[in-house]
Design a protein. Structure first.
Length: 251
């Protein structure tokens, strides 16, 4: 199965790929699974261009698939959990995280700084509500009303969409100007001070991560290569007990 895109991390521990997953997991038990799933995803994307971003977010929340962009053979057989706790979502990297918090979140799951920067590229897709970046636009700190790392015109545009006493729950902005296309625009925007989240802009606060941002901004191929490697690595995070026969309930 060739699919792609996400950033996803949760209460999982990393295990060797061969210990839990297989490229041929359904070959005998359900040989038509891959084509059925691929066709269903393609059909959904054709009718709704926001599906890739939604799938990306779902994959992220499940443990820490796309339009355009890289493809790869997805290891299968990842186990589902038998419990679902809303409290566990607190362990997800928040859009307000600084670099130290991001590093801690990724490192404790066996993921590297390159994984952090590469997987953050999933923010090239989708839409965000004001609540995820409002902290950068109003009363940022005791010295600045607006996050000084934001480009002034970009901040002004966002403030018009998300006023300080915003009452529109649906108000927000696209993650980048091409929110349904998987590309490296996200990294170019970071270098211009035009990223939405504090966690995005935090990627240029260290030499190592900034060099990776610059590398991916200058080469879509380098980004795709790193993203695929990090996705496969992240897909090996596991904490479940069973492969469900029906996705809506435990076996």
């Amino acid at each position: 199965m060739a699919v792609a895109t996400v950033s996803m991390l949760l209460v999982c521990s990393i295990v060797p790929l061969g210990a839990a997953l297989s490229l041929n997991y359904y070959e005998k038990t359900c040989p038509g699974a891959e084509s059925a799933i691929t066709n269903a995803v393609k059909k959904a994307i054709m009718s709704d261009k926001t599906v890739p971003a939604a799938l990306l977010r779902m994959h992220f929340h499940d443990c820490f698939i796309r339009s355009g962009g890289p493809t790869w053979d997805v290891p299968k057989g990842r186990k589902d959990g038998r419990t679902s706790l809303s409290s566990e979502t607190r362990q997800l990297p928040a859009p307000s995280f600084n670099l130290s918090q991001l590093q801690q979140s990724f490192f404790q799951r066996g993921l590297s700084e390159e994984d952090l920067v590469a997987l953050s590229g999933g923010h090239t897709l989708g839409f965000s509500h004001c609540s995820s970046f409002q902290n950068r636009l109003h009363n940022f700190d005791t010295t600045h009303d607006i996050d000084p790392s934001m480009h002034p015109s970009f901040a002004a545009s966002l403030r018009s969409i998300c006023p300080i006493h915003n009452t529109m729950k649906t108000a927000g902005a696209n993650m980048d100007p091409s929110p349904t296309t998987f590309d490296n625009t996200y990294y170019k925007l970071i270098l211009q001070g035009k990223s939405l989240f504090s966690s995005d802009q935090a990627l240029v606060t260290s030499t190592t991560t900034k060099n990776l941002v610059t590398k991916f901004a200058g080469s879509k191929e380098a980004f795709y290569d790193a993203f695929v490697k990090s996705m496969i690595k992240m897909s090996s995070l596991t904490g479940g007990q069973e492969v469900r026969k029906n996705c809506q309930k435990v076996n």
